[in-house]
Design a binder for this molecule. Structure first.
Ligand SMILES: [Zn+2]
Length: 161
């Protein structure tokens, strides 16, 4: 899923038990893998490759990296703001941000793994790849379904949770 979806779900998880930050971090991190298993669409990156055997060691010489980082930065910031807007009160903003960041964290860890393919990142990467859906939906269904999914999760948490 895109980072915004992970951030909203992570923020939603955080809002369930805001006085338990360790549990929030663990549960939001775990939520990443649970929702990556749902068929979806991810935007293509130009310079960064997360494919098996992908080599990012020359990444910093690739001028297209700037485009990737701009897109990722926009996606992550939008998700963070959405999570805060939906779930945070002045007293809980810190833990909501924690949940959103923990929800997004496994994806930057994939990039870290491609640069430093060592344990425990290797095991995490194998698990991430294993659980991630093999069915890629096409644009625009694969993105509108994510928006709908994030909306339903938010609605459930805000009304029932
Ligand atoms: Zn992922």
């Amino acid at each position: 899923m895109i980072l915004s979806t992970h951030a909203v779900v992570g923020g939603a998880v955080a809002s369930l038990f805001p006085s338990h930050p360790v549990l929030v971090a663990v549960a939001a991190f775990a939520s990443h893998f649970a929702i990556d298993a749902i068929p979806h669409w991810d935007y293509p990156l130009q310079a960064i490759t997360l494919k098996p055997g992908g080599d990012n060691r020359r990444l910093f010489q690739d001028p297209r990296l700037f485009l990737d980082l701009a897109l990722i930065g926009f996606d992550a910031s939008a998700g963070l703001l959405l999570a805060i807007w939906l779930f945070a009160a002045p007293a809980t903003i810190g833990v909501i941000v924690l949940g959103a960041l923990a929800g997004m964290a496994p994806d930057p860890l994939q990039l870290l793994h491609s640069l430093f393919p060592k344990q425990p990142l290797s095991t995490l990467q194998s698990f991430h790849r294993w659980i991630h859906t093999k069915r890629s939906l096409t644009w625009p269904l694969g993105i509108s379904s994510q928006a709908l999914f994030a909306t339903v999760v938010s609605w459930l948490i805000l009304t029932v949770g």
